[in-house]
Ligand binder design. Structure first.
Ligand code: FAD
Length: 430
């Protein structure tokens, strides 16, 4: 019997497991991949966005920064300490879980959830590594399955997979989907040379930043086909599309920046796939992946042709997980609304405080939202299942409407959600 089982060792799940372990709870963390970090590591999503000056439940975030900094995988750039190295994050998270006495099972798949009277009694996993698992195998060898009981379950799977297995109700299941992105890295870039060119090229500097941090150049720039900014890189994209080097949709969103501890690497927050957006549909997402990898090849070629400093650059990593902004959201004890967020409504038990904007991506030109807001709070009840008494959620599958989720899904907020849920469980058990 564990006090807590956290399912999903990603952004929110790691914060939840670490906090639970540090608070002395007997904690098991179950992850389907072979490393922790979820969207941060598998989908190469860095940096953690700045989320205001008044955040709460930040102990995990602070400890992660310090663990990463100690192994050379963190930078503070543009006043934001959330510039993480995705590979070293895997190591830092292993270290943190060990420090908090969290038991971690990797490469583990949930077979079933035993649920009675609004209560999860146990989860069932296979104790052998099996790529195929079906009823025949189960009947042949009952001993392959093992049930593990816990007082509380935290679903931090992103897609709310445990909630789905329990038959929980979801919000706006058929609502609009946002584009997905498949991120990648290019190595072999002469970053200082590229930075000098970029500074001279984007003379207005309204979308480009460059800083020298302890002798390493850090930079960031962007271009999107939306018309809200004067994008310095626009003529290059127009030329590449005219010459057939890029397709028109390849340039719907382009953002690049440096990575802590990788001095000759550039990270790409793109391509953003607008043609396939059904994030729970296997066939649709498979098409998205195939299309994205073609886009990556064209974008990398574009960089080599148009950007000084990229002559010897190469694609070094393609994310092994699609970056999904929104999918299932559970119906919680409180459904958080965009009006709560915009009015800065206060709650008795806030789990996070943030001012990250309402960032909803669209598949249409000029259709995306980036509404600036004041500090807002999220209540713990938005992380408690309405249907199952001992089930909490943490991360992007929280109980919030579509627009509010667009603000709440960022990493700093996911960290706070995980931490707050663990603290709430500790107080229930005390
Ligand atoms: C393209 C893109 C760009 C973004 N850019 C930024 C940004 O720049 N800054 C920022 O702060 N935020 C950004 N975000 C948002 C943010 O990164 C994510 O919303 C957040 O990381 C999601 O955290 P999570 O814990 O909900 O899910 P995840 O971090 O994805 O964790 C879910 C974990 O659960 C595991 N899992 C799933 N199913 C199971 C199962 N059945 N059994 C066991 N394990 C399972 C997964 O493998 C994964 O490890 C971006 C998101 C996207 C998609």
């Amino acid at each position: 019997m564990f006090d807590v089982i956290v399912i999903g060792g990603g952004t929110a799940g790691c914060a939840a497991a670490y906090t639970a372990g540090k608070l002395g709870l007997k904690t098991l963390l179950i992850e389907k991949n072979i490393h922790l970090g979820g969207t941060i590591t598998s989908a190469l999503v860095v940096p953690a966005m700045k989320s205001g000056e008044h955040q709460i439940n930040t102990d995990f975030y602070v400890d992660l920064i310090s663990e990463l900094s100690a192994i050379g995988g963190q930078a503070t750039y543009q006043n934001n300490p959330g510039w993480f190295n995705p590979e070293l994050t895997k190591i830092a998270l292993d270290n943190l879980m060990a420090k908090a006495n969290v038991e971690v099972y990797f490469d583990t798949h949930i077979r079933d959830v035993i649920c009675k009277n609004r209560h999860i009694e146990a989860i069932v996993i296979s104790k052998e590594m099996l790529s195929v698992y079906n009823e025949t195998i189960e009947n042949q060898n009952k001993a392959l399955s093992v049930s593990i009981a816990a007082k509380y379950i935290i679903d931090a799977t992103g897609n709310c997979e445990i909630g789905k297995l329990c038959g929980c109700e979801f919000l706006e299941e058929n609502s609009e989907n946002q584009p997905v992105s498949l991120r990648f890295l290019m190595g072999g870039v002469d970053v200082p040379y590229f930075a000098e060119w970029l500074k001279a090229f984007d003379t207005d500097r309204n979308v480009t930043t460059v800083e020298d941090i302890n002798g390493f150049i850090h930079l960031s720039t962007a271009y999107t086909w939306d018309k809200d900014k004067t994008w310095a890189l626009k003529p290059l994209f127009d030329d590449a599309v005219a010459k057939g080097i890029l397709k028109d949709h390849d340039r719907n969103y382009f953002q690049i920046f440096t990575v802590a501890g990788m001095p000759s690497t550039i990270a790409f927050n793109c391509p953003r796939i607008i043609d396939y957006t059904k994030t729970l549909d296997v066939a649709n997402m498979s098409k998205a992946l195939q299309l994205a990898r073609k886009n990556i090849f064209r974008l990398a070629n574009f960089c080599k042709i148009y950007f000084p400093g990229f002559k010897n650059a190469y694609i070094s990593n393609i994310a092994d997980m699609l970056g999904i902004r929104v999918s299932r959201r559970i119906k919680g004890k409180y459904v958080y609304k965009i009006d709560d967020l915009k009015s800065g409504k206060k709650f008795e038990h806030p789990v996070l405080r943030s001012n990250y904007p309402v960032d909803v991506h669209s598949d249409k030109k000029d259709g995306s939202t980036l509404d600036i807001v004041q500090d807002y709070e999220l209540p713990i009840e938005s992380l408690m299942s309405a249907d199952i008494d001992n089930l909490y959620v943490a991360g992007r599958c929280l109980s919030a409407d579509y627009m509010a989720q667009g603000a709440l899904r960022v990493q700093a907020s996911c960290f706070s959600m995980g931490e707050a849920v663990a603290k709430h469980i500790k107080s229930n058990l005390s």
